[in-house]
Design a protein around this ligand. Structure first.
Ligand SMILES: [Zn+2]
Ligand SMILES: [Zn+2]
Length: 338
């Protein structure tokens, strides 16, 4: 016989610092420094510096050390996917979230009840990280960055082919692709390699550290070169990756007749691409689209769903229609950017 334990909402809640697990006395992705933090992945709005204790996957800890040095945290506790620790009577596991290298869902078991905190996630295959592993739960806390039916990401290959076609069409123009430093940069490199592009790809200085870290953690990304010491003409017909802001600022003047591209789920929105001066929008996202979000809710099959981190309303509405208890969870501090 199953003994009905306390409902999850009595032991996990939103505090001012973020999601807080009372019996375990830890926060998940806290926005301000805390004594004990569980970090889902290395993006800056989830992994903040200055916590005393940090529990995360080994890859996430490596990313945090690279970004923050000493400030990554006082005591860093690595936990591999699937391994279990008990914190204040709460059994805790991390499962792959398929978002970026090291990204994890947090699975909490306490007195017969289970909470799964998704962190950021996506469901489509990504050669640079382990795939999302669905896990049944009583309460599922899901992100909703692209939580509107209008967001349906096309296949990655289709978007990469757009870039390669443009390159063939304009062999004298440099193609600069705006990518976030953690995750997107490495994924675009890996996707280019899968599509058979074997030439060196040139990297803005801000992207080199994490790309080298990925390589050192076993993710092969093919030949990359720092942009710094390349002549302007040598960049004709080449692919350059740079942080999104750099693609249109002063820095980009060194590029010969650039085609400005950007790889982001937001490129689905024409006005955004236009406002950013993007000529070649590539809809490549590290977040679940609407179909992935709704499929995941069905698969996890939790009686209760909390939605956070984006466009909560539509997904809450969807979940209620399907018979789940659902509500928006107001957590602050997360950025809508990928
Ligand atoms: Zn993220
Ligand atoms: Zn996020």
């Amino acid at each position: 016989m199953l003994i009905a334990g306390p409902r999850p909402e009595t032991w996990i809640r939103a505090s001012s610092a973020g999601l807080y697990c009372e019996p375990g006395d830890f926060h998940i992705d806290p926005q301000t420094p805390v004594a004990r933090a569980v970090i889902t992945h290395g993006h800056g709005d989830h992994a903040r510096p200055g916590n005393e204790g940090v529990l995360a996957t080994p890859d996430t800890l490596a990313i945090m050390r690279q970004r923050y040095g000493e400030a990554a945290g006082g005591a860093l506790q690595p936990l591999a996917y699937g391994e279990r620790v008990t914190v204040g009577g709460v059994a805790l596991r991390l499962l792959p979230a398929g978002h970026v290298l090291g990204s994890a869902q947090v699975v909490l078991d306490y007195r017969g009840g289970r909470v799964v905190v998704s962190g950021d996630y996506k469901r489509r295959p990504d050669p640079t990280c382990a795939p999302f592993e669905p896990c049944n739960a009583d309460l599922f806390i899901t992100e909703a960055t692209f939580g509107l039916p209008v967001f349906r990401h096309p296949p990655d290959r289709q978007e990469i082919d757009k870039l390669l076609r443009s390159l063939a069409l304009f062999p004298d123009r440099c193609h600069v692709v705006g990518v976030y430093a953690l995750g997107k940069c490495q994924r675009v490199l890996a996707l280019l390699r899968r599509a058979g592009y074997e030439k060196p790809v040139y990297l803005h200085g801000a992207l080199i550290g994490l790309t080298e870290l990925y390589e050192s953690l076993g993710v092969s990304l093919g030949p990359v070169l720092p942009l710094a010491d390349v002549s302007r003409d040598a960049l004709r017909g080449r692919i350059v990756l740079a942080p999104p802001a750099a693609t249109t600022d002063r820095w980009s003047r060194r590029l010969p007749d650039p085609v400005v591209a950007m790889a982001s789920g937001w490129m689905r929105v024409r006005q955004r691409a236009k406002a950013r001066g993007v000529e070649l929008p590539l809809v490549i996202s590290d977040h679940a689209d609407w179909d992935e979000l709704t499929a995941t809710i069905e698969e996890v099959a939790a009686a209760e769903i909390w939605v956070t981190h984006g466009r909560e309303e539509a997904l809450v509405h969807y979940a209620r229609q399907k018979g789940y208890r659902a509500r928006a969870l107001a957590l602050t501090g997360f950025e809508e950017d990928e």
